[in-house]
Design a binder for this molecule. Structure first.
Ligand SMILES: C[S@@+](CC[C@H](N)C(=O)[O-])C[C@H]1O[C@@H](n2cnc3c(N)ncnc32)[C@H](O)[C@@H]1O
Length: 256
C-alpha cells in the first residue's frame, strides 16, 4: 500500500532560511554583507554570507522564501558588483503593524518589521456595521523584535518607530489588535527599543517617533530615550498623537 502524500502545508519545507543581518561594516570593507542561516531537514544549521547573485540562485532553486526576499531587498534587488552603499534599504519601520501611516505601503526603500505576522478578524460594532467584523493584516517583510534588531550598527538613514501605546485593553479590543499592547515591563521594552533604533541608525540619521498618550504620558516615555527629540508636534493629551523627530549624534558629537 502506498503512503498517503503529506499536504505541502502540513510541515515546514526544507531547507528553511533565516535572515541574520546585512552588515554595512563588511560592505564598506568590500565583503559580502548579507548573512543567512540555512536550516536543513536533518536539523543541521549553516550560516553563510551570500551575495545577491547567490540569493537569486537559491530563489531559483528553492523558491521565494521570506528571508531570501528580505536579503535581496537589502541589496536593492541588485546583482553582484552593484554599489551596495547606494542601494541598501535606507528606512526601517520595526513595528509596522498594517502600515496604515505609509502613503506607499510597499515602499522599496523601506524594510518593514513587526513581532507578528497574522490576519485577524475582530468584532467591532462601533462603526454601525451589522455583522461587526473587521479584518486586519499584519504582514512584515520580516518578523523582528524591536528590542533586538537583526541589523548591524549604523545601517539606516531613517527609522520610524511607532510601538504599541496601550497598557490596558480588553482581550477583544479592536484597538489592541490594531496597535498591539505593551507588556507589564513596558518601560524596559521601550528603553531597549529606543536603544536599538539608535544603534542601527547611521550617525546623523533621523528617528521619527510616534506616540499616543491617552494611557501613558509622553514625558514618561521620553525618560526612556538615550537622546532627546529636536522638535515635533506635541498636540496635547486630548488630541493624543505626537510625532517627534530625533537625530542620532555624529561620532564627533559623542566624543566631544
Ligand atoms: C502602533 S502599532 C504600529 C502601527 C503602524 N505604524 C501603522 O501605521 O499601521 C505597533 C505595532 O508594534 C508591534 N509590536 C509590538 N511589540 C513589538 C516588538 N517587541 N517588536 C516589534 N514589533 C512589535 C505590534 O504588533 C503592532 O503591530
Amino acid at each position: 500500500m502506498s503512503t498517503p502524500q503529506q499536504h505541502p502545508e502540513a510541515a515546514p519545507q526544507y531547507p528553511q532560511f533565516r535572515f541574520v543581518e546585512f552588515s554595512t561594516r563588511r560592505m564598506k570593507r568590500g565583503l559580502v554583507p548579507a548573512r543567512i542561516e540555512i536550516i536543513h531537514s536533518e536539523g543541521d544549521h549553516d550560516e553563510m554570507w551570500l551575495s545577491a547573485g547567490d540569493i537569486n540562485d537559491y530563489i531559483r532553486l528553492w523558491g521565494p522564501h521570506e528571508a531570501l526576499t528580505v536579503a535581496l531587498k537589502a541589496y536593492g534587488q541588485g546583482g553582484p558588483g552593484m554599489n551596495y552603499e547606494a542601494i541598501a534599504p535606507r528606512v526601517l519601520d520595526p513595528a509596522c503593524g498594517s502600515r496604515m501611516m505609509w502613503f506607499d505601503r510597499g515602499h522599496p526603500d523601506a524594510v518593514f518589521g513587526d513581532v507578528r505576522s497574522e490576519t485577524l478578524s475582530i468584532t467591532d460594532r462601533s462603526h454601525g456595521r451589522i455583522d461587526g467584523t473587521r479584518t486586519l493584516t499584519v504582514c512584515p517583510d520580516m518578523q523582528m523584535d524591536f528590542r533586538h534588531l537583526p541589523f548591524s550598527d549604523d545601517t539606516f538613514r531613517l527609522v520610524a518607530f511607532d510601538p504599541p501605546h496601550l497598557v490596558r485593553a480588553g482581550p477583544r479590543s479592536w484597538l489592541a489588535a490594531k496597535y498591539g499592547k505593551l507588556s507589564k515591563d513596558w518601560r524596559d521594552d521601550l528603553r531597549q527599543g529606543f536603544a536599538e533604533c539608535f544603534r542601527v541608525l547611521h550617525p546623523d540619521g533621523v528617528l521619527v517617533f510616534k506616540w499616543n498618550e491617552t494611557q501613558v504620558k509622553l514625558s514618561e516615555v521620553l525618560a526612556l530615550t538615550p537622546h532627546q527629540p529636536l522638535f515635533g508636534n506635541t498636540s496635547g493629551r486630548k488630541a493624543g498623537t505626537h510625532w517627534l523627530v530625533f537625530m542620532k549624534p555624529s561620532i564627533q558629537e559623542l566624543t566631544r
